[in-house]
Design a protein around this ligand. Sequence first.
Ligand code: AMP
Ligand code: MN
Ligand code: ZN
Length: 938
Amino acid sequence: MEERLKSIRFIAITIGGFVAALSIFFATAQYRRRRKNHHKCSPKSCYLQADQTKPQHAFKRVLADNSYSPFKHLKLDASRHEIFELVENPRLEFSFIDGIVDSEISEEYTWVETVSQLKELLDVLIKERVFAVDTEQHSLRSFLGFTALIQISTRKEDYLVDTIALHDSMGVLRPVFAEPSICKVFHGADNDVLWLQRDFHIYVVNLFDTAKACDLLSKPQKSLAYLLETYCGVTTNKLLQREDWRQRPLSKEMVQYARIDAHYLLYIANCLITELKQQGTEISCPDDKFDFVLEASRRSNMTCLQLYAKEVEAFPGESAASSLTSRHLNGQGAVSSVYFKTEFQDLVMRLCAWRDIMARVHDESLRYVLSDQAIVALADRPPMTLAEICRTITQADLNVDLSFNSLLPSPSSVVCSHLDDVHTLLQDNISNLNDIFPMILQKCLGSSGSCPLSILNYALLVNCNLKVSLVSKQNMVKSSKQVARKTSRELFVQKFSCKTPVYHNCKIFANDGRLLCYCDRRKLEWYLHRELAKLVDDNPPAIMLLFEPKGRPEDEDNDFYIQSKKNICVCCGEGNHYLRYRIIPSCYRIHFPEHLKSHRSHDIVLLCVDCHEVAHSAAEKYKKQIAAEFGIPLFVSKVVDSKEVQVISGSSESATNDEEVGVPPLQLRTAAMALLRHGPRMPSKRREELMQIVMRYYGGREITGADLEAALLVGMSPHERRRLKKKKGISFKHSAGSILPNMQNNVGCTETSSIVDASEVGILNSSDSTKAEACNGQQEFRKADDDVGDSTIGADSGVDEVNYTFKDSLKSDTHGASNRKGDCIGNSDDNYESRGPSNGTVELNHKKYDGTAQSKHNSKLSLLGHGPHGKQVVNHLLKEYGEDGVRQFCQRWRQVFVEALQPRFLPAGWDVMHSGRRDFGEFSVYNPANKALDLVKS
Ligand code: AMP
Ligand code: MN
Ligand code: ZN
């Protein structure tokens, strides 16, 4: 045994040595050839100015361009319906081939390259019940790749469709591919269906995938080569798959290979179907007969439900950079210093980003522009001169195996004509990438740019919004102030960002197998727990509803709900930290009619800490605009103790007294808080000022310690009160009764601005209070989640909804002890507002609402936040414009969000105009009746 191992090892070494020697031989030969290339490497102009050989430049219409914007699908109304129908109800007779199939391949085939030929093909296909399809792609000299050939075989004939010549006309075949009565046989269609969408908006309906049939039959292999071998005795050279399928005319071998890929599929499908039928009868399940044929068809059509999407990254080239870095550094072991790591990582990131952008600009693949090994070499020992850069790249490419890649020119034409950029990138380690790349893009594609503008790249320029928070991520520490800022930021990230992925991407299927939506685990369990659904998959979990859902995503013509979602910032793509952001501020949303609240998954997005901050301040700004527009102030302007109302009301009409009566609730609270905490140590002048404020609430009378404590709670929702009590450790010496006199006699505080609707008076008597306490824990839990109502919770406060931003946290650090965040209720933004220097918003006390009516305080609604404002605004909208008013209001907020952030990673189907029309069935978690039920059960 030992001996054998040794000899095997010996042979291995010998072969290894031989291969090495061979490589060196070839390498040297190639090296010579490439060195010649170097002289052509002139950074004067872009190679594409002279290169007329790329066929995609003749395309007049490109559906998937090289920009960072998401792919736009065709309105998928009918097709998707049909696919769903087929998944639900596979209706295939499956006797494709009558009699013995002539598995011989003839000399004859049809080359389709003109529109009229294509239309003839359409006429042929539309009469067929089944045809076989395969596609060949070209990916080296293109960024996203394109379909270079489609092979279609009917029972009688093989067609090779030149999809380069016919690129702009391929839509002609859309109807046959979408025709549910015609079966399309593919082998391993997963990629093909996406490529057809990407290039031609062709959506396949009624698919039979022979690879899926192999799965069901538990075949030892499911490659096409295996099937060709076993069923047809045909051997095929799969290496031809990697040929350059752009070439015209195609070589004889390529034509043959291409035909074989489609020609035998009908025959093979027929064989497999026969076996599937047999399988069905052999395995006799006593209670339910499993139909293997239908299952194969169903699984095939599930593939068709996939939608093409461009890959998204946090920053151009980011994923390549991180995999390259980790691969390289792992290889290095512990040798490298920390400094080296950062320097290296930084360069790899720059080069990967540059490569990504240049590949898009020139419509080349990444590997064509610059190989991974060249990036590592350049970053490892950054060359100083242009010539050294070229040498480093060539050398790195030579060191790698001599198979496929080494046939590429090295350095590539892209590197050669933009060598100075590479040079700058390697030398300049100060400038921010965010500044460099828009510049490069301008230099290439701007008005006097070096590179040709094309339908593939022009959208890059239009939308060259590459700004990402790279500064804080990668730059080395510059000053202690920055250290403080960084630490503070990290703490903030730690504290508020989501601890686990938000989107679990669990699937919910309807009882007929249609995908309804993606959801989180909790929702899935909700259905399972109630036996309203059964688990159909574990990883990732998927359930099938056991009842008929009311309404389907496709009914609404909106794919949004059937997209899986990425756990990244929708604005910049950051994936390391993110938190939920509510596009429609909860101070409004909380007052929406229940059925309009259901669009949480659309209107709650993930944002990284930095983007969250931007979004939040834009929203706050817009709230002020809304306040002015509607004449509804953001804050309750004044409150006064109800016990003193009688005393005041007589004189409240008089202008002289007006100033003295009542006080903004936030001011009252801050004053009371300061007095309770620091009263004895305060300068007497300041103490007197604060006392005056509190006294104004009590109608000007003298106040006691108990009054101060009571003042602290004025205008708070029960929730805020509990938080204050629990968190801030303030000991209430007085019984609840004496602290909350106004609550107990159910008059509440009177607002001179009459913001709260008098019809909705919440009475917080002592029994309510205990009930609220009892379910406190549960509320806290529920609050942390999106899908369950938050209507019981005071507006604008919440665990996961951080309206308190990173900058605020810095401010609070410098504002001194009395203004520390810790003193505020939870993390409500409103408290931050109260810290603001002038409280300008509080003064938005429009006469219109002034002193007209005295209303009672809805005890559940905080008077401290924007809650009363939100309620008033929503009531106004509903009264004046009905539900459409609310929908338009939502659209305004989405617009504000989009304008402020220019998000690049919003899920496909996300729409400012999102309709908001959804009906909810009997069992929906959104159904108000079920919500009540849910509470009772849990
Ligand atoms: P096929 O489905 O085998 O006809 O492959 C279709 C296309 O996928 C080919 O034209 C290639 O562009 C691409 N492709 C599939 N497999 C490979 C592979 N192993 N290497 C490179 N390209 C591949
Ligand atoms: Mn093929
Ligand atoms: Zn160029």
